[in-house]
Design a protein around this ligand. Structure first.
Ligand code: NAD
Length: 282
């Protein structure tokens, strides 16, 4: 038996097509379409490619987008001032700062500067608090995309054991909360977890967000489990690899997200949805 591949490209395309169909009605009702502004600092090739993907998705959906490209040397004050201007600009609905930022800039200070109503990434402390308190909020794109992929494949987390490897603020923690909200029993594993394989072997749903190629191998996976590979690792072969060793996991798992073409496209589709949500909330 081989795992069903969870096609993020296809599911994300359906999400984007639904948004695209809504654009004429939004334009008729509000006189304009939603606008996302993406700020990129420096020349990091991976960041540049992510930003290109986001701008392209806006074009596909029929939304406006702006890109603010700043040199690596930009000061924290300058960046905060630019965000302040965008906060006050009524034509801008969503503001996204592509991470990582150069070391001389305090990332949390920057994310806190974005007004919560335009925080399409859902990283502002007030959005984070709302998420953990179970209030309506902007849900971070990658965790939201993971949940949407599960849903699209009819996988209901209720009563299941979900193991999440990685405890970052952008993936591990929020995806754990979303799984908890859907009534999974959630175990959060991380770099200091001692008995990782013992835990993963029990997981009905295994979400891996570490950034280490091939961390999860077939012998660590419960037969039939849904394995969601969030990792993106560019190796010396020039290709993108996930955190999951697909060759050994595919024969064991029930479902598996490919890399590329799994969680990545879902992240972008959820960003489009979040931008529309911010626009409508205004
Ligand atoms: P991070 O570096 O912030 O966090 C990594 C986490 O992995 C940490 O919590 C750490 O405790 C844990 N970890 C490290 N080594 C471990 C080990 N040996 N065993 C168990 N846990 C270990 O990373 P992040 O920002 O959450 O990103 C994780 C990966 O997901 C990266 O490859 C990143 O590129 C990718 N990512 C993909 C998308 C997407 O859209 N597909 C979005 C965000 C991040």
């Amino acid at each position: 038996m081989s795992a069903i591949l969870m096609d993020g490209k296809q599911v994300s395309l359906a999400v984007k097509d639904t948004l695209k169909e809504r654009m004429p009605a939004l334009k008729a009702q509000f006189g304009r379409v939603p606008c996302l502004t993406v700020i990129i600092v420096g020349e990091n090739p991976a960041s540049q490619s992510y930003v290109r993907g986001k701008v392209k998705a806006c074009e596909y959906v029929g939304m406006d987008s702006r890109q603010v490209s700043l040199p690596e040397s930009v000061s924290e004050e300058e960046l905060l001032a630019i965000i302040g201007d965008l906060n006050r600009d009524d034509a801008v609905d969503g503001i996204l700062v592509q991470l990582p930022l150069p070391k001389h800039i305090d990332e949390s200070k920057v994310l806190e500067e974005i007004v919560p109503a335009k925080d399409v990434d859902g990283f502002h402390p007030s959005n984070v608090a709302d998420l953990w308190l179970g209030r309506k909020c902007i849900v971070p794109c990658t965790p939201k995309g993971v949940m949407r992929l599960l849903e699209a494949h009819g996988i209901d987390p209720a009563g299941k054991l979900a193991v999440v490897i990685g405890r970052s603020n952008i993936v591990g923690k929020p995806v754990s909360k979303l799984l908890l909200d859907r009534n999974a029993t959630v175990v959060m594993a991380h770099s200091r977890t001692k008995n990782l394989k013992e835990l993963t072997l029990q997981a009905d749903i295994l979400v891996v967000a570490v950034g280490r190629a091939g961390l999860v191998t077939g012998d660590m996976v419960k037969p039939g489990a849904a394995v969601i590979d969030v990792g993106i690792n560019r190796l010396d072969d020039g290709k993108l690899h996930g955190d999951v060793d697909a060759a050994t996991v595919e024969p064991v798992a029930g479902y598996l997200t490919p890399v590329p073409g799994g969680v990545g496209p879902m992240t972008i589709a959820m960003l489009m949805e979040n931008t529309v949500e911010c626009f409508l909330r205004k």
